[in-house]
Write a protein that binds this ligand. Structure first.
Ligand code: PMP
Length: 286
């Protein structure tokens, strides 16, 4: 049985409890981070911590008391749960003042809720999916307008993933005004004539930690990067595509709405970036 962390305590998962009045349960008033673990070490941890702080600030949510100990808590959970490869999920919510109200509870008297748990994923970096590539379905982007904040409001992305599965695809790319915003749980890229194209940062997309690292490595390797919106038609006519996220790293896209990209197999740019990302991020893993 897993050991999880709840508000200062390490507990067996069956003994962990949260109030039914918790703001995340009633109003999705919570933010989260997912950090991957490879060889028992945390990948891009500093980036995830910085983004967590930003999400909390943007929602005027108090930092949990244990904020400065988050690295130790992550490491302790990885250790006690014997995670070699996998994920650490972290969630902070606005907590509970013992009732339901649209007005935020008093931040002086209501402590945020802090929960962390691990997921074991042996061989996470050797995913067979990376050899096959993803088939993508395009869907409307019906999410709210602050997608830069990593909230637990994941119902539409979850529905999008189900729409994709039902259509025989692996994942969905979301479209707004004809342009791709991002994947259900990843940032989206196309490659055309050796140019890597991905939407620029704004409130429209999550500022992916993996995105930041991959674009830095791409530029260091003298690859051409253009940050701008691209249309779904442009994507279908691209040479290749890929997505990035903390749990999938760099994952090739081989098909969009039944249209094969290039020869329909993972492209050279996606393959190379996956290799570089895994090599480089392991060097700075903690
Ligand atoms: N966009 C969305 C909507 C996501 O949910 C995620 C993963 N949490 C990402 C992008 C990728 O972000 P990261 O690389 O930080 O995992």
């Amino acid at each position: 049985m897993r050991t999880v962390y709840v508000n200062g305590d390490y507990l067996p998962e069956t003994e962990a409890k949260i109030s039914i009045f918790d703001r995340a349960f009633l109003m999705a008033d919570g933010v989260y981070e997912v950090t991957s673990v490879l060889g028992g070490k945390l990948i891009d941890f500093a980036g995830h911590l910085t983004r967590l702080e930003r999400s909390l600030d943007e929602l005027d949510m108090k930092k949990p008391a244990a904020f400065d100990n988050l690295l130790d808590i992550h490491r302790e959970l990885v250790r006690v749960n014997e995670i070699e490869d996998g994920l650490v999920y972290l969630q902070v919510t606005r907590g509970s003042d013992g009732d339901r109200d649209f007005v935020f509870p008093d931040r002086e008297t209501t402590e945020p809720t802090l929960v962390l748990f691990t997921q074991s994923k042996p061989g996470l970096a050797q995913s067979p999916q990376a050899e096959k590539g993803l088939k993508i379905l395009s869907i409307d982007d019906l999410r709210w307008g602050r997608r830069d904040i990593k909230t637990v409001q994941l119902l539409y992305p979850s529905m999008g993933k189900m729409m994709a599965k039902k259509a025989g695809c692996d994942d969905a790319w979301m479209i707004e005004d004809g342009h791709v915003t991002e994947g259900t749980s990843n940032n989206a890229y196309i490659v055309k004539g050796n140019k890597i194209i991905t939407r620029q940062l704004s409130n429209d997309i999550l500022h992916g930690i993996t995105r930041a690292a991959v674009l830095r490595f791409a530029r260091e390797a003298q690859m051409d990067v253009e940050e701008r919106p691209f249309t779904i038609d442009e994507a279908k006519a691209a040479d290749e595509g890929f997505v990035t996220s903390a749990s999938a790293f760099v994952m090739p896209v081989v098909e969009i709405d039944g249209q094969a990209l290039g020869d329909g197999t993972p492209g050279p740019v996606a393959r190379r970036l996956r290799e570089i990302y895994l090599d480089e991020s392991l060097k700075t893993a903690v």
